[in-house]
Write a protein that binds this ligand. Structure first.
Ligand SMILES: Cc1cc2nc3c(=O)[nH]c(=O)nc-3n(C[C@H](O)[C@H](O)[C@H](O)COP(=O)(O)OP(=O)(O)OC[C@H]3O[C@@H](n4cnc5c(N)ncnc54)[C@H](O)[C@@H]3O)c2cc1C
Length: 354
């Protein structure tokens, strides 16, 4: 462990240690009323909008074939399905991604290790307050040499969510898994050392001894191939340091659902739909890929910053704070998505009238 490791808000740290607490979300800007939700609660809200008759559960896609005018899906249970367009939202270990990128960009199919991992946990807010007092009140990032910590309340303030992250100089050893169960002792050893504030170790004791590797799709040359298109983590899994991965997936959904509606209502149907599908997916790729890949790159850059490895900000807390607090997140949070939809429609129009 490096000499000046210290994770802790200013009042807690020894004088020479470098440490910081930044209000990243809740106090980012007056008028920004950010609130973190439990993942399951968000899913339950979204499920209400899906007609259950249209959903098939417990189906695992094992193969995708494209034919003129249709896509055929093969499932693990031996079943098949046909569609005009396939949207693969099958996450970090996407089968659909392999179909889209495999033939031309084989090296881009698998996510690559972002040289960091974390331990995660969630405790009742009453327990968190015993450890952190009123530092629990707003989302915080604590930075340090090769280690950092992110904390925030969820479930209307009843639960306290935390990630204790560490930079790694070894490769991620597991090929098919992003998590690895380790011993409690090995987990604690990662945050040993007199420089680490005891409060972080108290928090770590509450974490599950599971190492979560941070992987990302650093390079992705296209989000679609013919009638098959990627959405969410299957397209652009990212390091989590900007808390923006799911948000980017929702942006994909917004743009793509508008484009699909336009294709669905096209005046020509059947085989004549092909140019609309092509124009729609070209437009989706053109609008979404630069933005989602930028998020991914900036999350990687932020990882360097939070772990004191950024060439511009180094270990200087003021430089890190000013870089993060001055417009770092604006382009993510205050983006005009309606303008993106209009731009995508315009691209379809141009392609069809070229
Ligand atoms: C530690 C951590 C913290 C994060 N924090 C945040 C945050 O604060 N804010 C934020 O916006 N994002 C955050 N993210 C990112 C966010 O979790 C992801 O971007 C988001 O969950 C991706 O959603 P998805 O639907 O694309 O993929 P997933 O949630 O992975 O869903 C994929 C689905 O596809 C299914 N599937 C997989 N393969 C197949 C197959 N072959 N056939 C059928 N189904 C299949 C899976 O079972 C799963 O249900 C975080 C990520 C991590 C790792």
């Amino acid at each position: 462990m490096a000499r000046q490791v210290c994770l802790g808000p200013p009042k807690l740290r020894p004088q020479k240690c470098l440490s910081l607490s930044i209000h990243v979300k809740a106090s980012y800007r007056s008028g920004t009323n950010a609130e973190q939700a439990h993942r399951r609660a968000v899913l339950e809200i979204m499920n209400k909008y899906i007609s259950i008759q249209k959903v098939r559960f417990s189906k695992t896609v094992v193969g995708v074939q494209q034919h003129p005018g249709k896509v055929i899906l093969k499932f693990a249970d031996g079943g098949t399905a046909e569609a005009s367009i396939l949207v693969g939202a099958d996450g970090i270990k996407s089968t659909v991604r392999k179909h889209v990128l495999g033939p031309l960009y084989t090296s881009q199919v698998e996510p690559v290790y972002g040289n960091s991992y974390c331990y995660r946990g969630m405790i009742p807010i009453s327990e968190a307050k015993e450890i952190f007092g009123n530092l629990t009140d707003v989302a915080k990032m604590y930075v340090g040499e090769k280690r950092c910590c992110v904390t925030y309340m969820i479930s209307k303030g009843e639960q306290f969510n935390f990630l204790l992250c560490a930079l790694d100089d070894k490769p991620w050893g597991l090929k098919n898994s992003v998590s690895q169960k380790i011993s409690h002792g090995a987990m604690m050893a990662d945050f040993e050392g007199p420089e680490v504030d005891e409060r972080f170790r108290r928090l770590l004791r509450e974490a599950r001894p599971v190492k979560w590797g941070f992987l990302h799709h650093r390079y992705t040359s296209t989000y679609y191939r013919d009638r098959v298109v990627l959405l969410g983590d299957s397209a652009h899994v990212s390091l989590p340091f900007q808390a923006a991965g799911a948000g980017q997936g929702l942006e994909d959904s917004l743009i793509l659902s508008n484009l699909l509606a336009r294709i669905y209502h096209a005046p020509d149907q059947g085989a004549a739909l092909a140019p609309y599908i092509s124009a729609g997916l070209v437009a989706y790729d053109a609008i979404r890929r630069p933005r989602a890949q930028k998020q991914l790159e900036r999350a990687y850059e932020m990882s360097h910053m939070l772990h004191f490895q950024h060439p511009e900000t180094g270990k200087t807390l003021d430089k890190i704070a000013s870089k993060l607090q001055r417009q770092w997140f604006d382009w993510i949070w205050f983006h005009d998505l309606n303008a993106d939809i209009d731009a995508a429609f315009h691209k379809i129009y141009e392609a069809l009238n070229a």
